[in-house]
Design a protein around this ligand. Structure first.
Ligand SMILES: *[C@@H]1O[C@H](CO)[C@@H](O)[C@H](O)[C@H]1NC(C)=O
Ligand SMILES: *[C@@H]1O[C@H](CO)[C@@H](O)[C@H](O)[C@H]1NC(C)=O
Ligand SMILES: [Zn+2]
Length: 505
């Protein structure tokens, strides 16, 4: 009898502690509400609250990968630009080392250490961006941001030491569902995030921070073999050595330039064996070189300084008409923009919780109607995400801007008012201009101006939607987390503004 009372007391105490701890954790680190489930065929329709459930129903459960892949292609109306993706992650590499800063080229010794990559950039064969990463600037949450387009909260830091499988909608899951075969070499964080997804893998432990040689050799030793094979669609290479060099000796370590040279050799090897030789290239290959985060002068990371959040996104193999170094390397984007860009390039739905906006230059070679289509798909996805955060947001009952044929003046309106009204208004402007542009294509009176205005209207909506999303998050008391990404100042720019000239994102 007594024993059972004691046991009851102990159990109650434990339960109370657990409740208290959860309250503390969730109160202290508000977790971003995330949409569960994954984007499917419904992503390619616009549906404000009802309607095309049946499409989702009959495909979600049982569709074989190759059929799903062709369904996506048919619904999106866009042929994927590439068939294979090599994602090379150079852990801890500040974009500044490759792209320079404020229009200035990188340090001379770093530039000389990467002759091949620098040549690709100056010949317009590669396009590089400063991709702003959200804090916490540690590996696991940053990888998640790149593959899902979503920004997690501080809880990710706690989980970083005890990495768990990623459940939120993400690119790797999307690729897996259309039957992609994937190979991963490098940081074993990927294996923890995506257990069972890789056909072949060689995980490297990030535990031995003092090791700057073997961590990378263990990745590169498989490279030649993998590049000669044609049985994969996605090859992930995650090099940890540069981050370790930073932890040992900081940005100015004498090991830094040789490490950059080693990374340059890898880029060269991949470029020569795939992209350069398109004829032998088993399916068109895109190489994307990214870093998860940067590092401080001393080689630390985790915080929100420019040095730590300045991560790299370098696209090699996009055929666009950029030829001048400045235009191709000075732009800055956000790390989350990588996810929607890759989804649209490879023909899978944009992950559900993505807040990123596609990188326009990646779609330069598409025809006008397809470029508008990718903007439309990104807009629908972001609108759905925001509707989940702002349940009152329904863009159906807006006064319609009459007529699709009366020219621009009647199809756009000035947008102002509450965030909800503003977003709907900007969205409707874009959609109306788009319909107007489509209907004009029948009458052959399409003009370049109509097209640019439509593109501008979409970008205005996308930018505002992203800002709003981040601000909603910001308002929830996590200001310090994203204050580096989006300042309240950026928001004021949109309050009461009409749309204006396209601004490069
Ligand atoms: C779709 O699935 C839901 C539940 O999963 C069901 O209630 C609904 O009736 C289905 N719709 C169609 C059109 O089959
Ligand atoms: C590299 O591979 C060797 C042999 O497979 C293994 O013994 C070693 O632990 C690996 N190194 C790292 C850092 O994972
Ligand atoms: Zn890292």
């Amino acid at each position: 009898m007594k024993l059972s009372i004691i046991i009851t007391v102990i159990i109650s105490a434990v339960i109370l502690q657990i409740i208290g701890l959860s309250l503390f954790i969730f109160g202290f680190f508000p977790v971003k509400p995330a949409l569960s489930g994954v984007s499917g065929p419904e992503s390619f329709y616009y549906d404000d609250g009802g309607g095309s459930d049946s499409v989702a129903n009959h495909t979600r459960a049982s569709m074989p990968p190759h059929l799903l892949k062709s369904l996506y292609q048919e619904l999106s109306g866009i042929h994927p630009s590439f068939e294979r993706l090599i994602l090379m992650v150079i852990d801890g590499l500040p974009a500044e080392f490759v792209l320079g800063k404020d229009g200035q080229p990188p340090r001379e010794d770093f530039r000389e250490a990467m002759p091949y990559t620098q040549a690709l950039l100056s010949n317009g064969m590669a396009t590089g961006y400063h991709a702003k990463a959200a804090p916490p600037t540690v590996t696991m949450p940053r990888l998640k941001a790149m593959v899902s387009g979503a920004i997690g909260g501080f809880l990710d830091v706690a989980f970083n030491f005890h990495t768990q499988a990623m459940l939120d909608d993400n690119l790797l899951g999307q690729f897996f569902r259309i039957g992609w075969k994937m190979v991963m070499l490098g940081d074993e964080t990927w294996l923890k995030l995506f257990p069972g997804l890789f056909t072949r893998h060689d995980g490297v432990s990030s535990f031995y921070v003092k090791d700057t040689v073997q961590v990378d050799q263990n990745v590169s030793r498989h490279l030649e073999n993998e590049l000669n094979r044609d049985d994969w669609n996605l090859l992930i290479l995650h090099y940890l050595g540069l981050d370790h060099v930073g932890h040992i000796g900081g940005r100015n370590s004498i090991l830094m330039a040789p490490k950059l040279k080693e990374m340059d050799e890898v880029v060269k090897m991949i470029h020569l064996s795939t992209i350069q030789t398109r004829d032998n290239d088993q399916g068109k290959t895109l190489l994307v070189v990214v870093s998860d985060h940067g590092m401080t002068e001393n080689g630390n990371h985790g915080g929100s300084s420019y040095e730590e959040t300045d991560s790299l996104a370098l696209f090699v193999g996009l055929k666009n008409d950029l030829s001048d170094y400045a235009a191709s390397s000075c732009d800055s984007i956000y790390q989350v923009d990588i996810a929607p860009t890759l989804a649209l390039l490879f023909g899978v739905p944009i992950p559900k919780n993505n807040v990123g906006v596609l990188i326009s230059e990646a779609f330069d070679l598409l025809t006008d109607d397809k470029q508008l289509r990718v903007l439309e798909l990104n807009s629908w996805q972001l609108l759905r995400l925001i509707q989940a955060q702002l349940p009152g947001l329904s863009c159906r009952n807006l006064p319609s801007h009459d007529g699709f044929t009366d020219g621009l003046a009647s199809t756009t309106v000035e947008c102002s008012g509450s965030m909800e009204k503003m977003l709907c208004c900007l969205y409707m402007n874009a959609i109306n201009l788009h319909s107007s542009w489509k209907s004009k294509s029948l009458s052959r009176s399409k003009s370049r101006d109509d097209y640019s205005c439509t593109v501008a209207a979409y970008h205005q909506f996308l930018k505002t939607a992203k800002t709003c999303w981040l601000t909603c998050f910001w308002d929830c008391g996590n200001g310090h987390i994203i204050s580096n990404i989006i300042r309240p100042h950026d928001l004021h720019e949109y309050r009461g503004s009409t749309w204006r000239e396209p601004t490069p994102l």
